[in-house]
Design a protein around this ligand. Structure first.
Ligand code: NAD
Length: 364
């Protein structure tokens, strides 16, 4: 019997190789008149080309930091206001998309982005958002999450105002992602799918998306990392989108709860920080359901599945031991902050500070 559920996903999705060429149609479709294009430095050339092709693009901010800062959002808001823009086009990885989402929600507000950051409520009108992911990892193009940093705090803010109006998922845009970033972002999508599957909020549709995403990532991540060919890139773009659709409703759990402190204190990129604990948590979270999933996706058991995660980390040289984070890692703080993070409430097993401490202690 299927349990009752509610699934809602408001973002229109256009997926396909070369789909960015339809940007003009997309802007007409959402009745965009004046746009601000947001990106990171690696996309300056692409931005110039898009400006030449689209007279609706009135300004560009192409300096979004990885792990975007509140100051990025403030600059985007200034550009929206100065140009009377109605739409933000976010071209980039999760950082550009998240900064755009936060800025679009603040665009017409009377109060400053900083005040919104300190007390995240977003009443009233927002600018429209077109999200164009260039990495296969965050799923930010279909989530109501924006992760923004300010003064050593990295905050994951959830608000319906952050939902893009439309996303253009064009796998060709990911062809230039370097191998290590391909693994880091791919493992981020993997963590989203696995966590959406084991989250206490999981439901039939999120399970469907999560399992298909896990299958695709197992079949394509290594190839995307090693060869970067368009077929594996395309499958990874689709897998990342599916994982986003899964966790946007089911939400993430312990691995993400632990990742924020790891990123904040030891400066690992988001996907690598999630992967740091993912295999250990798989064993701590083990259950009949997880054993069945492991068999369904081709493993003998959950321990084998966890071993595959260790393999991905090993081939790409991602952090897997405490010493990879630095000297004198403060595992007491990592355990305390992980155990008390709100996302821990979605974890299928209630994990205490002591259990997390022991998990970290074993990663010598
Ligand atoms: P990113 O956006 O920070 O990009 C990483 C680097 O890769 C940047 O230097 C960027 O310029 C470069 N880059 C991006 N696309 C490229 C391409 N096609 N070719 C060459 N270089 C490229 O990385 P990310 O992993 O996509 O995003 C990470 C951010 O997203 C973190 O802040 C994380 O917390 C957040 N996040 C958000 C959500 C969400 O739902 N909103 C989910 C997970 C993570």
């Amino acid at each position: 019997m299927i349990d009752s559920f509610l699934y809602q996903q408001p973002v229109k999705i256009r997926f396909g190789n070369g789909m960015i060429s339809q940007l003009d149609d997309v802007l007409n479709e959402i009745e965009a008149e004046k746009c601000v294009l947001v990106s990171s430095k690696s996309f300056s050339e692409k931005c110039n080309k898009l400006i030449e092709e689209n007279e609706k693009i009135k300004a560009v901010y192409s300096s979004v930091h990885p792990n975007p800062l509140l100051s990025d959002c403030e600059k985007i808001v200034e550009l929206i206001k100065a140009n009377g823009a109605d739409t933000v086009i976010a071209l980039g990885g999760g950082s550009s998309i998240d900064a755009s989402k936060f800025a679009a929600a603040c665009a017409y507000s009377e109060i400053s982005p900083k005040e919104h950051y300190l007390s995240p409520a977003f009443p009233g009108k927002t600018a429209k958002i077109v999200a164009v992911p260039t990495t296969s990892g965050t799923g930010s193009e279909v989530t109501k999450v924006a992760v923004i940093s300010h003064e050593n705090e990295k905050k994951s803010i959830h608000n319906p105002a952050f939902m893009p109006d439309i996303c253009i998922v064009d796998p060709e845009l990911t062809l230039t992602v370097p191998p290590k970033s391909t693994m880091i972002t791919g493992i981020d999508a993997f963590t989203h799918a696995i966590e959406a599957y084991w989250s206490v909020n999981h439901q039939p549709l999120t399970d469907l998306f999560a399992v298909e995403s896990i299958r695709l990532i197992l079949a394509n991540l290594e190839n995307a990392y090693k060869t970067g060919d368009i077929e594996s890139r395309s499958n990874m773009s689709y897998a990342s989108l599916l994982a986003g659709l899964a966790f946007s409703v089911a939400k993430t759990a312990a691995s993400h709860a632990c990742s924020f402190s790891i990123s904040a204190y030891y400066h690992l990129p988001h996907g690598e920080a999630c992967a740091f604990t993912l295999d250990s948590l798989m064993l701590l979270n083990n259950s009949e359901r997880l054993e069945s999933l492991s068999k369904a996706v081709g493993f003998e058991n959950t321990a084998d599945f966890a071993e595959k995660i260790r393999y991905f980390k090993k081939i790409a040289g991602l952090a897997s031991k405490l010493s990879d984070l630095g000297e004198n890692v403060d595992i007491e703080t990592l355990a305390k902050e992980g155990a008390n993070h709100p996302l821990m409430a979605n974890n299928p097993v209630k994990l205490s500070e002591k259990q997390l401490y022991e998990m970290y202690e074993a990663l010598q």
